[in-house]
Design a protein around this ligand. Structure first.
Ligand code: UDP
Ligand code: MG
Length: 313
């Protein structure tokens, strides 16, 4: 199969028929063999019956219905598991992403040999203050932490090689950082394509201001899990030891000044408290690293490696 189009949706009943018809137009014009996987993330409107009736008309449409609303990442994860096309395209269901971009994205994967191509909504039709500005800042932070030069991490429209989506797990609200997850999994050829963005025609946005808080925390998680997830001691152990050593040195200095130079009023000095604090924090950090190390030793994932190729086996 050439193409799987994965679409997570939550209460998008008005958009679905138009979206499906548009996608069909595009893929038929290019004679792709394809499937459209619609994941209903626990909608409370009639999205699922709309999907059922669409499926009656077109057998290429497939549906997954969640029992409740688990979030866009969960929906994407299930879509990725079900997808069987050589190229997987994700897009939002609200028609802010244009299906006309599909052929060009697919070409970049097939001919340009990209692992991922991410859409870039260079011109956005969203509120400037609640979305556009914060998202600029956000992308800057994501860029500098992940060293992936994308302008628009959170763009719903992306294309992937099959191998990429089968190697990663999207959970929490990590859908914003799929390129980062892919990079940690070892897929380095990550490209970008400017895509057309359209105003939301029906319904309302499903993410409020909490997107920024959660998005930032997820960025930190991803950074730490990716860098130190399999070796927590290298972070906590290092800083714990340094902090403890610093505290000890200060203590030695204070002790010498008391017994050798007869300085009085040790406990009145800020340095005294500083030393205690450093030693306590150092011990805590070290313990955190040690516990983390024990946990990662016991994790079932500890020896899961993605193998790109083998010879003679
Ligand atoms: N979505 C989802 N589950 C959720 C929230 C959103 O599947 O819990 C879907 C939503 O239906 C849409 C896509 O994720 O297809 C992007 O959501 P939205 O358009 O509200 O985000 P925005 O464009 O405002 O960033
Ligand atoms: Mg949208």
């Amino acid at each position: 199969m050439d193409l799987s189009i994965v679409i997570p949706l939550f209460n998008e009943e008005e958009s679905l028929p138009e979206l499906a018809a548009w996608i069909e137009r595009v893929v038929n014009a290019h004679h792709y063999s394809y499937e459209i996987i619609l994941i209903d993330d626990g909608s409370t409107d009639d999205s699922w019956s709309v999907i059922e009736s669409l499926q009656q008309k077109n057998q290429h449409i497939k549906g997954i219905k969640f029992q409740r609303n688990y979030g866009k990442s969960a929906a994407m994860n299930e879509g990725f598991k079900a997808a069987s096309g050589e190229v997987i395209i994700t897009m939002d269901a609200d028609m802010q992403d244009s299906p006309d971009e599909i052929p060009a994205l697919r070409n970049m994967i097939i001919e340009g040999n990209y692992d991922i191509v991410s859409g870039w909504k260079k011109k956005r039709y969203d509120n400037t203050f609640s979305k556009n500005l914060p998202s600029k800042l956000f992308n800057k932070a994501a860029r500098s932490m992940s060293k992936i030069q994308l302008h628009d991490f959170n763009c719903g429209l992306k294309a992937y090689k099959k191998k990429v989506v089968k190697s990663i797990e999207v959970y929490g609200e990590m859908h914003r950082y799929v390129p980062v997850l892919a990079k940690w999994a070892g897929f380095r050829k990550i490209g970008e394509k400017v895509v057309e963005h359209r105003p939301r025609k029906y319904g309302v946005t499903k993410f409020g201001w909490t997107r920024f808080v959660n998005g930032f925390l997820d960025l930190l998680t991803i950074f730490f899990v990716g860098k130190f997830g399999k070796r927590p001691m290298h972070f906590f152990g290092l800083w714990g030891t340094l902090s403890f050593m610093f505290g000890s040195l200060v203590f030695i200095y204070l002790t010498i000044s008391k017994f050798v130079f007869d300085v009085t009023g040790l406990t009145q000095r800020p340095l005294f408290f500083f030393a205690i604090l450093s030693m306590i924090i150092g011990t805590q950090l070290f313990l955190a690293g040690f516990l983390g190390e024990l946990i990662s030793r016991n994790s079932i994932e500890r020896n899961n490696y993605l193998i790109e190729d083998t010879l003679g086996l």
